[in-house]
Write a protein that binds this ligand. Structure first.
Ligand SMILES: C[S@@+](CC[C@H](N)C(=O)[O-])C[C@H]1O[C@@H](n2cnc3c(N)ncnc32)[C@H](O)[C@@H]1O
Length: 290
């Protein structure tokens, strides 16, 4: 079962849980610059594992023990605490980006198998964590904006992963940007910036918390190009947390701006799926005078 920071304790009550939720303070969105120290860092072979994550895609990924060491050095107690307690996330503090979740593999595989054209596209890896989907897009010559709630995850995992897989860092850094913080304020941060309209927005395992569905959806609505496509990979239902694909899909359909199509569904194990979002040419509530 998904381990959520609000898992009820022996003494906890529903009221306490809902009080806690009301009081959550979400971190504002901001752009994270890659520092000279990060660019100059020398990663020895013991810093990463190199594996053929997908056929023909050998990726170097920073080792988790090195990540924990880096987080400890930077005194990121919240995240270390969650990790050491084997808690997948603590709402509004740590949102699970250290681990690579299984739907990331589903979506990456889908992108590769369907040969989605990524050359010279602008892409958002939304809720990126380790950033596998964005890495594949970068390797296919896209420009990629990586977003994770936790700046610490971007700094200790995503950015090292990106740097590890490319030699020409000067060129690389013209092709990627990193954003931390809450989705609601990311929408505001990007307001009036026409350059932040994406050909594709990919997201994996981000719909577990229904409280965040509206914020997540607003990014697709405001930031996908008119002919852009959104892909959402996730478990059909997140037991113990409450979020699920049908709930997220219904919210989108009710708003009337997008068509939603089921593109892939797992055949065994936990039910997982991939949805595609396409803008409707004429949203249902647009009434035209003729
Ligand atoms: C469970 S992790 C999944 C990470 C990665 N996509 C994967 O599949 O391995 C959820 C991701 O969504 C992001 N996220 C969750 N809630 C968020 C919020 N309210 N605002 C911004 N990002 C959020 C987290 O930072 C994290 O990157």
């Amino acid at each position: 079962m998904f381990k959520f920071g609000f898992a009820k304790t022996a003494t906890g009550t529903d009221e306490e849980d809902s009080d806690k939720k009301d009081k959550l303070e979400w971190i504002s969105a901001s752009k994270l610059e890659v520092t000279a120290e990060q660019i100059g860092a020398k990663y020895g072979a013991d810093y990463y594992t190199e594996t053929e994550v997908f056929p023909d895609y050998n990726l170097k990924l920073i080792r988790s023990d090195k990540v924990i060491k880096d987080l400890t050095k930077h005194n990121c107690q919240n995240i270390i605490e969650a990790e050491t307690q084997h808690s997948d996330l603590i709402p509004a503090k740590y949102e699970g980006g250290l681990k690579i979740w299984e739907c990331t593999f589903d979506l990456s595989q889908y992108i590769l198998e369907e040969k989605i054209e990524l050359k010279d596209k602008l892409i958002m890896d939304l809720g990126c964590g380790a950033g596998l989907i964005g890495l594949i897009a970068l390797l296919k010559n896209s420009t990629v904006h990586f977003q994770d709630y936790n700046a610490e995850v971007l700094r200790s995992v995503t950015i090292p992963n990106v740097l590890l897989n490319f030699d020409n860092h000067a060129n690389l850094l013209t092709k990627c940007e990193f954003y931390a913080g809450d989705w609601a304020s990311l929408v505001t941060l990007f307001d009036d910036d026409e350059n932040k309209k994406y050909d594709y927005i990919f997201t994996s395992e981000t719909i577990y918390n229904p409280e965040n569905h509206k914020k997540l959806y607003e990014i697709f609505k405001k930031r996908l190009k008119i002919n852009g496509l959104g892909f959402v990979a996730g478990k059909t239902y997140y037991f113990g947390v409450g979020g699920g694909m049908r709930q997220f899909e219904n919210l989108i359909l009710k708003d009337g701006y997008f068509d939603v199509k089921l593109m892939w569904r797992s055949q065994n194990g936990v039910n997982r799926e991939i949805l595609k979002l396409t803008r409707k040419p004429y949203p249902e509530h647009c009434i035209f005078d003729v």
